[in-house]
Design a protein around this ligand. Structure first.
Ligand code: HEC
Ligand code: HEC
Ligand code: HEC
Ligand code: HEC
Ligand code: HEC
Length: 303
């Protein structure tokens, strides 16, 4: 009877429940795998993301000369993420790359910050709306953030790169998940998006091709350090039957990426053009694969 009363009392007093169920190692910067004990689903998404590979990436290892280039390391193994601040380099578990603890744990409050108001006895949590804003990503994706800001488009990075998954459980651990309601969830896979054909406008104006990024509110392609590419392959067919192939490569490193809303003119060899077969492809920074974005045949309007 006394035991039962004690149990009821403990359950009723939130603060006590929190102390009883507090798992202190969660506040001592554990590896991401530890968060999977409860947040199994979010962990599985994150594991597939480029963030989880930021340190393990073979290209990164080579380009930093086996992690010897100190100035390269902090965004790939950050200690703590704060809006618009370049992070400091983490000491522990660098192989976790951009990890759960780096993005969610704040030294100042010794709590997990996130977009929701939650009751989380194993660790303190704090609702923090900075997680829903683009400048949360800005400390690392510095160039992309600057480009995005200039477009004045209101949609946030998260709304495209962390798409909503509807309401789901935040934790999967039995029996504790039974005590929590489903809540708004966002993909931690940061799925590799691809521009849609209509995101790039292509027009034939006399003997020029004019390309315009009208759908992706940052440069195309965009990067801070990586070297992604956009390829244009235009086969020009002239009235006299001649064919010429014009190729262009656009990249952030060469400062030739397509700026949102700004036309890019590509002159074609002179002659009476009857049609142009255009292909636009892309290659991501960490991949060797070329993927088709758009294929279109343009004809000069008949007089
Ligand atoms: C602590 C630094 C940091 C923060 C904060 C951060 N990222 Fe990243 N992000 C990286 C790094 C480093 C990579 C590259 C990982 C790799 O491929 O080696 C990356 C990769 C990505 C990629 C994949 C890029 C590609 O080439 O395919 C996307 C998309 C992305 N981040 C979006 C976001 C968004 C959206 C946010 C904000 C919610 C964000 N990131 C916050 C560091 C960060
Ligand atoms: C023993 C279980 C458990 C472990 C392990 C755990 N959490 Fe949680 N976490 C919870 C519970 C319970 C909630 C609240 C769930 C709910 O309200 O649906 C929560 C909520 C959260 C939230 C949401 C906060 C907000 O205000 O939006 C974040 C972020 C979070 N946890 C991060 C982490 C990180 C990072 C780790 C690993 C260091 C971790 N958690 C490990 C149980 C756990
Ligand atoms: C690149 C930084 C980053 C990393 C790494 C990261 N998160 Fe998040 N997380 C966010 C952001 C930003 C949001 C808010 C998304 C929104 O509301 O649009 C979020 C939201 C959440 C939420 C609230 C529910 C939801 O899906 O919106 C939980 C819980 C959470 N994260 C836990 C984790 C755990 C556990 C890990 C590691 C397995 C992790 N996060 C890794 C940035 C990150
Ligand atoms: C309207 C949706 C949208 C918004 C908002 C947006 N992006 Fe993107 N982003 C895309 C699309 C689509 C691509 C793929 C382009 C391509 O085909 O290569 C992309 C590509 C990227 C890439 C290159 C790697 C990849 O996955 O293709 C990074 C990094 C990135 N975005 C970061 C950001 C950041 C950081 C912000 C906020 C400052 C942001 N994006 C805002 C749609 C968006
Ligand atoms: C300010 C934060 C920051 C710093 C510092 C930084 N990176 Fe990155 N790195 C990123 C982000 C964000 C990405 C994701 C794609 C992009 O925007 O380029 C990335 C992607 C990459 C990629 C492509 C993805 C992959 O794994 O293949 C390589 C390679 C890379 N970085 C190497 C470096 C090198 C080398 C340095 C030092 C010269 C460096 N980075 C410094 C933020 C940073």
């Amino acid at each position: 009877m006394t035991l039962l009363l004690l149990l009821v009392f403990t359950i009723l007093s939130c603060e006590r429940v929190e102390r009883v169920f507090l798992e202190e190692d969660l506040l001592e910067r554990p590896p991401a795998k530890r968060c999977a004990d409860c947040h199994a689903e979010i962990f599985r998404e994150w594991e597939k993301s480029r963030h989880a590979l930021a340190w393990k990436s073979e290209k990164f290892r080579i380009e930093t000369e086996n992690f010897r280039k100190l100035k390269c390391l902090s965004c790939h193994a950050p200690h703590q993420v704060d809006p618009e601040k370049k992070p400091a380099l983490r000491v522990e578990f660098r192989e976790d790359g951009v990890s759960c603890v780096a993005c969610h744990f704040k030294e100042e409050t010794k709590a997990m910050h996130g977009p929701l108001k939650v009751w989380s006895p194993p660790h303190p949590s704090k609702k923090d709306l900075s997680y829903t804003k683009s400048n949360f990503c800005a400390g690392c994706h510095r160039e992309t953030y600057k480009e995005w800001k200039l477009t004045k488009v209101q949609k946030t990075c998260q709304s495209c790169h962390m798409p909503s998954l509807g309401k789901r459980d935040l934790i999967q651990k039995f029996p504790f998940y039974l005590l929590h309601l489903a809540k708004p969830r966002h993909s931690h896979e940061f799925p590799a998006l691809k521009a849609k054909p209509e995101d790039i406008e292509v027009k034939l104006e006399g003997s020029k091709l004019v390309l315009k990024n009208v759908g992706v509110p940052h440069n195309l392609p965009t990067a801070d350090q990586g070297d992604p590419k956009l390829y244009l392959i235009a086969e020009v067919i002239y009235a006299d039957g001649r064919r010429r192939v014009v190729r262009r490569v656009f990249s952030p490193q060469a400062k030739t990426a397509l700026v949102y809303g700004k036309p890019k003119v590509v002159p074609l060899p002179k002659g009476e053009i009857s049609e142009v077969r255009v292909k636009i492809m892309r290659r991501l920074a960490w991949s060797e694969k070329r993927e088709l974005i758009k294929e279109v045949t343009l004809r000069t309007p008949s007089p």
